[in-house]
Write a protein that binds this ligand. Sequence first.
Ligand SMILES: Nc1ncnc2c1ncn2[C@@H]1O[C@H](COP(=O)(O)OP(=O)(O)OP(=O)(O)O)[C@@H](O)[C@H]1O
Ligand SMILES: [Mg+2]
Length: 329
Amino acid sequence: MNNINIAETNQNSKKSRITKAANYDSVIKTKQLTKKYGDQRVVNSVNLHVKKGRIYGLLGRNGAGKTTIMKMILGLTPITSGQVDVFGQNIKGHEKSIYPHIGAIIETPGFYPNLTGTENLEIFAKLRELNSPNAVKNALEVVGLPYKDKKLFSKYSLGMKQRLGIANAILHNPELLILDEPTNGLDPIGIAEMRDFIKNLSVLHEKTILISSHILSEISLLADDIGILHRGVLLEESSMSELERKNSKYILMQVSDVQKAALILAKQFNIKNYALKDNHTLHIYDTALDVGEINKALVTQNITVFSSGLCEDTLEDYFKKITGGKGIA
Ligand SMILES: Nc1ncnc2c1ncn2[C@@H]1O[C@H](COP(=O)(O)OP(=O)(O)OP(=O)(O)O)[C@@H](O)[C@H]1O
Ligand SMILES: [Mg+2]
């Protein structure tokens, strides 16, 4: 008996359970996770932490390594080195007890084009030996697709196909969902709808969700936590609220002599929270100050003020900075 002892999921109850014996702070935790293809290290010592009940957005450009990380978590490609813990346990050797509690979409799921959505899901339900009569109906309801509809999969729009993919991933009511770019190819309204029901899965159905994307604006609207992956390296991992705080407002001043200006700020205005950006630029992070008063003080002490004003870095600026100027999307 393994020590996480995950309780059997019950399709009729919205909540699946993990026994109290399970003691972990992250539903997914990777330790120095590494993948090499030949000499290329496409995932490099990644320590990822996906917390229970939260939506974790893995953000990275094309080729950053997002799908490879997800595949390693799901055992779809071998791990070169490092470890993946799911529900507090190393997946190695415990695949059989862990994987039934994960739902995933990695690349396009293989549905039969000449069958309806309901028929397709019924096949998957049989394959997974689900004995709940309502599993298919419930899953379709969650993603907003009709049950027993006559439309064949081949006639589905891309958005409907994506929804059916998610319905398939939640068929067995798993605690954890791993969704690789589920909004790929959708139009803006489709993206917004997908975002809403992924949020619902988290809030109403208490799923823990790992989702990948290369679109910053999309992830920032959806995720509670974010990991920024760049060329296989996890550059940053933090909560969205923390990231937003980091990108707080500041007063930007361009002056003839920053050193002298800084002295005046410190002495006359008791300002300590500032940064000298270059010979002429400084950022003051105390935005409640009277910029007019500061300008006046500097000018009267023979410092030329080229410009001054309130600024706000966007998340985009921030990502550009930490990914070495390239940005994410
Ligand atoms: N089977 C493979 N053999 C060799 N290299 C591979 C293989 N699969 C992926 N790679 C390489 O690993 C790197 C990461 O690929 P991966 O698919 O994980 O990126 P991604 O972040 O998911 O990109 P995208 O946004 O395009 O989906 C890429 O350089 C890719 O070419
Ligand atoms: Mg990918």
